[in-house]
Ligand binder design. Sequence first.
Ligand SMILES: Nc1ncnc2c1ncn2[C@@H]1O[C@H](COP(=O)(O)O)[C@@H](O)[C@H]1OP(=O)(O)O
Ligand SMILES: [Mg+2]
Ligand SMILES: [Mg+2]
Ligand SMILES: [Mg+2]
Length: 355
Amino acid sequence: MSTSFLTEKQVAISAVRRACLLTSSVFNKLVKNETLTKEDKSPVTVGDYAAQAVVNIILKRAFPDDPIVGEEDADDLKKDPALTKRVVELANEALQADLGLGEMAEWGIGPGPEKSAEELLGAIDQGNHVGGPLGRMWTLDPIDGTKGFLRGGQYAVCLALIIDGHVELGVIGCPNLPYDPSDPEGPRGCIFVAVRGQGAQQMTLSGANPAPVTIPEIAPGALNFLESVEAAHSDHSFNNRVSTSLNISRAPTRMDSQAKYCCLARGDGGVYLRMPTKAGYKEKIWDHASGNVLVEEAGGIVTDSRGLALNFGLGKTLGDNYGVIAARSDVHKKVLEAVQQARAAEEEEIAKAKA
Ligand SMILES: Nc1ncnc2c1ncn2[C@@H]1O[C@H](COP(=O)(O)O)[C@@H](O)[C@H]1OP(=O)(O)O
Ligand SMILES: [Mg+2]
Ligand SMILES: [Mg+2]
Ligand SMILES: [Mg+2]
């Protein structure tokens, strides 16, 4: 098997583009127009299921033997015929759309035949692999940043190829992210692609204007933190403590989803820092795999708060990794030190309070 991953890359881009088309259509039909009635299921649920069905159908068409670790399963969907009908309509619309640019019949990429409800439910459940240390597997978050999706803010469709516990390819679709960070009101919709050893790039959602991305050197005074909007997902006060100790004066940029890794990769914010807010939460591999290879290929380093590499070979979660720090290598070193000092100070305070 070739290790250039050319086919894998084209297939993954096509799958993510079709899923983004679908999630945008769910947003426009169900969220923006506020057409939801009480009986309607959450548009997030519809979008999650349908996007996972679309991506899995495309992956399995090209790589029938590859297992997929997907966030969703179809157990609840199977009990709900009305929701299933909606998912089937939306998934087929996205699978049959003519995307034009970048679709190549010779790669087996392009509009596909209509799928039955049974086939689509089956496709969602093909994302049931549990992960592990050996072999090839894909991991998929069909909508990452569901809160952002509902707000009309940032969310991402995230797909990655993991081989023997290492992320080799990552594709992230960000339908609401401006293509040009210096023109925040300009055209929105980007796809970020990274292949291990081959660099990182971004392109528009239609596949146009591919351009390499690398993390630029950022003057210490211009650095800022990229962090979750949701206070329950990452510890804002800890980030504040760390940024204060690093004399960072710029306010953090808060956004949902792996769009944060994408912004970091193109120099739009200098540090990704995510510390758990409650003991026992284990980060999921689909929430970090694509962003991991993207940031590393853009010249950054990604570790946990102890400086350890993230371990994608332990199953569905990152196991014992605690927190995530991502930044350009020079910045990463300083942030890791500051994080460890802040953790020590925090522990000391807790011990004092208990005494
Ligand atoms: N307690 C938690 N701590 C950290 N991440 C969480 C927690 N609960 C959910 N998440 C996940 O964080 C991701 C979003 O991160 P962010 O806030 O940076 O956008 C989602 O995938 C979300 O999972 P889920 O999709 O199941 O809600
Ligand atoms: Mg997620
Ligand atoms: Mg999700
Ligand atoms: Mg979820």
